[in-house]
Design a protein around this ligand. Structure first.
Ligand SMILES: O=C(O)c1ccccc1N[C@@H]1O[C@H](COP(=O)(O)O)[C@@H](O)[C@H]1O
Length: 208
């Protein structure tokens, strides 16, 4: 089970994260309305970690995404808005990067609408539907995922916390397509500042 820690921007916090937690991915949020927004000022102070960086974007122009891919040396682009399959196809052609399409989950999921993304993305990422797009700290009903019809991998997200570990492991047993989890607001002391002890404790439960 892979782990992405999202919403990082404090250089010291990033250093501790890579030394003590060693996640599989580090997420940077490029959505200006987020309290975890990474502005251009952070580009120089952001340490080169050796861990793949995932840029999180919400309904951005391709030009903006490209500029952040270059500035921050991003490996993965996470699309956390209403990006169409046509947009995703164009972005994939232009950047050649791995793309993750976020599915905002309400009461149900119309699997047919996802079919057009299957050949384009590396993974889906399921998060709770919210007007803020992400970072809500709220969980959705994971039972909805049990009818997931694709072989394509996915990450689970939305309000995951230390107490979620055993339920996550149970879900992963039923769903071999689940490649990882995305940890964010429930592991923070303040927006953009992660609690390293909580992350270590969660990782030990998930990967003892
Ligand atoms: O964290 C944010 O502020 C954010 C804003 C806009 C889009 C995505 C954002 N974060 C993503 O939200 C999910 C779930 O976070 P949480 O655990 O519910 O806090 C996660 O995938 C982040 O990448």
């Amino acid at each position: 089970m892979k782990i992405k820690v999202c919403g990082m921007r404090d250089p010291e916090n990033v250093q501790r994260l890579i030394q003590e937690v060693k996640p599989d991915w580090i997420g940077l949020i490029f959505y200006s309305q987020s309290s975890r927004y990474v502005s251009a000022d952070f580009a120089e102070s952001f340490p080169e970690t050796g861990i793949p960086k995932v840029g999180v974007f919400v309904n951005e122009t391709i030009e903006f995404v490209l500029s952040k891919v270059d500035e921050f040396n991003l490996s993965v682009i996470q699309l956390h808005g209403n990006e169409s399959p046509e947009y995703v196809r164009e972005l994939k052609l232009i950047t050649g990067k791995k793309l993750w399409k976020v599915v905002s989950v309400g009461d149900s999921i119309d699997w047919e609408t996802l079919r057009n993304y299957v050949g384009l993305v590396e993974n889906f990422l399921f998060d709770t539907a919210t007007p803020k797009h992400g970072g809500s700290g709220k969980r959705f009903n994971w039972q909805i995922l049990e009818s997931y019809p694709f072989e394509k991998g996915f990450l689970l997200s939305g309000g995951l916390d230390e107490g979620s570990a055993s339920e996550i492991l149970s879900l992963a047993e039923k769903m071999p397509q689940m490649v990882g989890v995305d940890l964010n607001s429930k592991f923070e002391d303040a927006p953009g500042l992660k609690n390293i002890e909580k992350l270590k404790s969660f990782k030990n439960k998930i990967r003892p």
